[in-house]
Write a protein that binds this ligand. Sequence first.
Ligand SMILES: NC(=O)C1=CN([C@@H]2O[C@H](COP(=O)(O)OP(=O)(O)OC[C@H]3O[C@@H](n4cnc5c(N)ncnc54)[C@H](O)[C@@H]3O)[C@@H](O)[C@H]2O)C=CC1
Ligand SMILES: O=C([O-])CC(=O)C(=O)O
Length: 308
Amino acid sequence: MKVTVVGAGAVGASCAEYIAIKNFASEVVLLDIKEGFAEGKAMDLMQTASLNGFDTKITGVTNDYTKTANSDICVITSGIPRKPGMTREELIGINAGIVKTVSASLIENSPNTIIIVVSNPMDTMTYLVHKTTGLPKHRIIGMGGALDSARFKYRLAEALEAPISDVDGMVIGGHSDVGMVPLTRLATRNSVPVSKFLSDDRLNQVKEDTKVGGATLTKLLGTSAWYAPGAAVSGLVQAIACDQKKMFPCSALLQGEYGLNDLCIGAPVILGRKGIEKVVEIELTDAEKEHLHTSAEGVMKTNGLLEL
Ligand SMILES: NC(=O)C1=CN([C@@H]2O[C@H](COP(=O)(O)OP(=O)(O)OC[C@H]3O[C@@H](n4cnc5c(N)ncnc54)[C@H](O)[C@@H]3O)[C@@H](O)[C@H]2O)C=CC1
Ligand SMILES: O=C([O-])CC(=O)C(=O)O
């Protein structure tokens, strides 16, 4: 199993590290445009192999896509992150050009690959890859919901004063400060609905804290987060590589599901060796449907800024 990660910055390196530590891939290629940077990150990570007990071979290359040839999975993290006070959508001007050229170079060298898009604004970048590469829709996946759901579970555990392993929950919708749809109604503590333990006000607070999870960290760090994003990507990569058939909310091209068409947005999907093996349609309340559709309008507005 060969995995390429483009962008050896904060998220790309974290992602390579978690993939290696989970020890399911034979090879990870880190690629960056900055001379020597990916090589340095790869060497540093390889020097943790004996300490962390993994056999995955990590190599770094400066913009040489021939070294990525025949990758089973390619992850795109190249592009700029936001600074405090910015929205993810403001990154489109620079990141669209980067994601377009990077995805074309990846496919030229790995025509059968599955692509996971991380660069922001992620739903729109995922749509851009669909529009410009012509890859089948099950082979293009946007990572956002897996991370947002992890943050949702963190906030739920905090409110419940419970261990995170007791908590389950999912966030669908767009990966933006306003567009996320945390499904509080379906969240549970050990299969008991969390509404049994938390007031509407407290649950609402959890929901709002989840939606601004990325912005909160950006304000604290001065740039956006990387540990949980890297871990979330590694979970998707593992589900595909190991054909786990796991369900994650991912940004997928919808063609009628949830009453939505011609956009990529977070919905529950089954991930296996073929990529997105199924979009799962769960029953939503009218309020949840309305929230999802408002979120979709936001994503489509950003998609409208693409020069396709
Ligand atoms: N979808 C999600 O849930 C998340 C998305 N992100 C996004 O991921 C992206 C990366 O974030 P960070 O790693 O923190 O940024 P970073 O600045 O640490 O790393 C980005 C790397 O991309 C490289 N790069 C730029 N243009 C390139 C090109 N054409 N080819 C190859 N490499 C190129 C840069 O040299 C840099 O090393 C940002 O757009 C950020 O908003 C970050 C966290 C979560
Ligand atoms: O907040 C950001 O800009 C980066 C990101 O997507 C996240 O951490 O959720």
